[in-house]
Design a protein around this ligand. Structure first.
Ligand code: SF4
Length: 205
């Protein structure tokens, strides 16, 4: 059993906040346990709650499509959320719920060690940056948070389902993600000429 699977076993019956009471499943996250790129959303929605998997509804399909456009598959990345149980009626998570659940995400990040974290939407971005930033102002930028993690804020794919013009912005930001991944690989190859197609914490990250 991997460390991440073991960690899931440790937290799967969590009752730290009230959200478990109204949810069907805990949505832990899924994808590559050694992913260079990790996506973090806010919380599970109805489809995710029913299936116990992140980003499986219409927004998830759009995420899959955007990944495909930059040459990636879901299995290449890791996808998780700040909150692991669905808030009733998709309401925003409360501050004490975020405080209760966020340590689980931080442990997942510690185990996966992604080079880049793409936060999807305002809530995930503000939580990871610990700052009340506007997603409209910071999306597509590369930002180091207080813990030294490399964050790229991106609009939540659900936003593009309601406002189609957001798709173009999302595509541009995904192109920025691809460029950052490629730049990291190039810098690593320059530093370690014998290495394979893998990079680690260099100047960029
Ligand atoms: S939302 Fe997070 S902290 Fe709250 S019960 Fe679920 S796993 Fe525990």
């Amino acid at each position: 059993m991997s460390e991440l699977s073991d960690y899931y076993e440790q937290i799967k019956d969590c009752t730290r906040c009230q959200l478990y009471k109204s949810a069907t499943n805990l949505v832990f996250g899924e994808g590559s346990e050694t992913a260079d790129l990790m996506f973090i959303g806010e919380a599970p929605g109805r489809n995710e709650d029913q299936q116990g998997r992140p980003f499986v509804g219409a927004a998830g399909q759009l995420l899959n499509d955007l990944l495909k456009e930059i040459g990636l598959k879901r299995e290449d990345v890791y996808i998780g959320n700040i909150i692991k149980h669905r808030p009733p009626n998709n309401r925003d998570p409360l501050p004490d719920e975020i405080e209760a659940c966020k340590p689980y995400l931080m442990k997942q990040i510690e185990l996966i060690k992604p080079k880049i974290i793409a936060t999807l939407g305002a809530h995930a971005t503000r939580t990871m940056l610990e700052d009340k930033v506007s997603i409209g102002q910071v999306h597509g930028q590369t930002i180091k948070n207080k813990n030294g993690l490399t964050i790229i804020p991106i609009y939540h794919p659900a936003a593009a389902l309601y406002n189609r013009s957001t798709i173009d912005v999302l595509k541009e930001d995904f192109a920025s993600l691809r460029a950052l991944l490629d730049k990291g690989k190039t810098e690593q190859k320059d530093q370690q000429p014998d290495s394979e197609d893998k990079y680690d914490q260099g100047a960029l990250f």
